[in-house]
Every structure is written in C-alpha cells, then in structure tokens.
Design a protein around this ligand. Structure first.
Ligand code: NAP
Ligand code: ZN
Ligand code: ZN
Length: 351
C-alpha cells in the first residue's frame, strides 16, 4: 500500500485537517498520479457539510485533479511516467451497462465509483479525493492534459468545465443563440467562456453587481443584476437556453419565464432544498426544464482538447491547503474569482 497524506473532515461541523491514509498499489491497468493541483468545487462544500444527506466520513474531498504520472502498471498503454494527467468526478464504473457503453459512465446503472464520498466497484472500499498527495486510478478513467495550458488553471475543467460543456453541446449551442448563465461562480464562469467560444450571445444573471466587469471580460455580452426582479421583466421570452449554476435555493420560475418558444433551462446547480415550479412557467412557450450531471470520459476528453485548442482555462486563485476554511467561507459568500485551486506542494511544506 502507498502511504498518502491528505486533508479530511470527520463530520459535517468539523474542520478539514491533515489525514494519513493508504492508496492501493497500482495494478496492471492503473496509473499513479502525483497530484499538483486540485480545484475546490462547491459540491465539496455541500458534501463536507452534509448538505445533501449523503456524506460518508472521514471524507477527503476533491474531484478537479491534475498532476503528473509517477508510475504505470504493466498493461497501461495510454500513459507513461512523466505525462500530465487529470481525474474528474469519478474513478470507475461497471463498463458494461447501456449508459457506460454509450459513454455516459456518470449514469452507470450498476455503481458509479465517485472520486470521493463513495466506494470503489466492490461497494466497500471508500474512495478518497484530490485534497491529497497522490491518487491511483485505472487508466481508462484518467484524462490526458495538454502541456500548453497552465496546469493550475486546467484543474477546474475536470468538473466545472465538463459540467457546463456537456449541456451546451447537448443542446447545440452556437451562433445566433441567446444563452443566459445564472450565478457567476466556478461553473458559471466556465459556462460563460464556453458558450461565448461556441458563438452564442451570452447574458450573465448575477446577485453580485461587482462582477459585471469580469463577466464582460469572460465573454458575456450582457449583465443583469437579479436582486431587482424588475431587471428581468423586459427580457421575458428572449433566451434559447439558460444554464442555472446557482448553489443555493432560489426561484426557478423567474428564469423559465425568460425562455422563448421551446427554450430549455438546464439545472446544473444543486441547492440543498427543493424548488416550486409553476405549471405556467413551463407550458408557456412549450419550455423544458432539464438537468445535467458532469459528463462521460469521452466527452470530458473532448472538452479538454477543445479548451486546449481554444486556449480556454479557468480563472483561479491558487491557495495553500492550510487556507481551506477561508476558501470555503468565501466560496459560500459568492466571493470567488472564480475558482479556488489548492497547490498541493503546500501539503509537503506545512502540516
Ligand atoms: P460557486 O463557485 O459557489 O458558484 C455559485 C454561484 O451562485 C455564486 O458565485 C453566486 O453567483 C451564486 N449564488 C450563490 N448563492 C446564491 C443565492 N443565495 N442566490 C442566488 N445566487 C447565489 O459554486 P460552483 O462550484 O460553481 O457550483 C454551483 C452548483 O453546482 C453547486 O450547487 C454545485 O454542487 C453544483 N455542481 C453540479 C454539478 C453537476 O454535475 N450538475 C457539478 C459541479 C457542481 P453570483 O454572485 O453571480 O450571484
Ligand atoms: Zn464538482
Ligand atoms: Zn455501467
């Protein structure tokens, strides 16, 4: 077994503190990755704090992982020692069900081995995530990362990137379409960059007036402050697609009303409480409300390649792991520009 250092919490109100555990020895098809950076996704915070009622402790969070391959198993063909590699939200799945074979492993019908707060395919061995020094993963669940992009800025693509890329592709977002992005956080800012790169006309809907300048720099054409509902009235019926990336409970109806005929609102945010939908918000203009969850391995690789070709990365604030508590508090306040990323070098330096 491989002694590994990470940060873990042992309960919903506990702090994240240093935690020593073991990773498996790499098997024939495994790669061992030295983690250089790991992004802080709001899903980490929801789960660390037990907000989704699914938490398993001790929990080592982190599913926006990038680093360098330190060792490969005898049968590994896709990676060699020294290669850059990434790991996203899951580390295994059954590989045989209809959804796995269709490339939508995230919807595996048998068991999805999430990167943390989950179990391996034996449904017993706990999985521990990327707030740690190294990870062992089957090569088929590791992603290739371009050396042309700054590595810290690539990390958030492994969750925030694919979670926004996948629905934009599914609904063929492109030139001539009007897209709204609700909530300018980690997911939201990637949604803006990607939708703008695909040619859409993008509006950011935000509770934070101070983010307007950034929104325009990221590629938004319009910026609407949602604190005053009056600002939304004139925009009724104008949008083809709205991507809702808000982490806290809010009214979905006000955004549904902005959709034009057959417009689609995609939920990617996961507030901890249910929302009320008025039937009129949906029947008017024949609108759809759909959900989307990360993306499969093939599509995640496609997204990483698209980002490398188009020079798209995340705007990040790099922090040492000792500053997790502050990063969590600022993220919850909506005060993140636009993703915190942990420099894992700090694990070796501090305690
Ligand atoms: P984040 O960085 O914290 O961004 C969330 C943004 O939502 C904030 O920056 C803020 O933007 C807005 N917001 C926060 N509280 C609000 C409130 N009370 N009312 C209205 N707006 C509010 O979070 P994230 O990492 O992007 O994640 C967003 C959500 O997506 C989380 O629930 C996360 O768990 C979920 N998620 C889902 C998937 C998936 O596969 N579907 C994947 C990853 C994450 P403004 O300041 O612009 O208002
Ligand atoms: Zn995430
Ligand atoms: Zn499956």
């Amino acid at each position: 077994m491989l002694p590994t250092r990470g940060y873990a919490t042992d309960g919903p109100t506990s702090d994240l503190v240093p935690f020593d555990f073991e990773r498996r020895e790499p098997g024939a098809r495994d790669v061992l990755i030295d983690i250089h950076f790991c992004g802080i996704c709001h899903s980490d915070i929801h789960q660390v704090r037990g907000e989704w009622d699914n938490s398993i402790y001790p929990m080592v969070p982190g599913h926006e992982i990038v680093g360098r391959v330190a060792r490969v198993g005898a049968e590994v063909t896709r990676f060699k020692e020294g290669d850059l590699a990434g790991v996203g939200c899951f580390v295994d799945s059954c590989r045989a069900c209809a959804n796995c074979t269709a490339g939508d492993e995230q919807f595996c019908e048998r068991h999805l081995a999430l990167t943390y707060n989950s179990t391996e395919m034996d449904e017993q061995t706990p999985t521990y995530g990327g707030y740690s020094s190294q990870i062992v993963v089957d090569e088929n669940y590791a992603l290739k990362v371009s050396s042309d992009l700054p590595l810290a800025n690539v990390a958030p693509l492994l969750c925030a990137g694919i979670t926004t890329y996948s629905p934009l592709r599914r609904f063929n977002v492109g030139q001539g379409q009007r897209v709204g992005v609700v909530g300018l956080g980690g997911l939201g800012h990637m949604g803006v960059k990607l939708a703008a790169a695909m040619g859409a006309n993008v509006t950011v809907f935000s509770t934070s007036p101070s983010k307007e300048e950034d929104a325009r720099r990221l590629g938004a054409h319009d910026f609407v402050v949602t604190r005053d509902p009056e600002n939304l009235v004139a925009l009724a019926g104008q949008y083809d697609l709205i991507l809702d990336a808000v982490s806290a409970p809010h009214d979905f109806n006000v955004y549904l009303n902005l959709l034009r005929r057959h417009g689609v609102m995609v939920l990617v945010g996961v507030p901890e409480k249910p929302a009320e939908i008025e039937a009129f918000s949906l029947i008017t203009n024949g609108r759809s409300l759909v959900g989307s969850m990360i993306g499969g391995i093939r599509e995640t690789q496609e997204m990483l390649d698209y980002c490398a070709q188009n020079n798209i990365t995340s705007d990040v604030e790099v922090i040492p792991i000792q500053r997790l508590a502050e990063a969590y508090d600022r993220t919850v306040k909506g005060d993140v520009r636009y993703r915190f990323v942990i420099d894992m070098q700090s694990l070796k330096e501090g305690n």
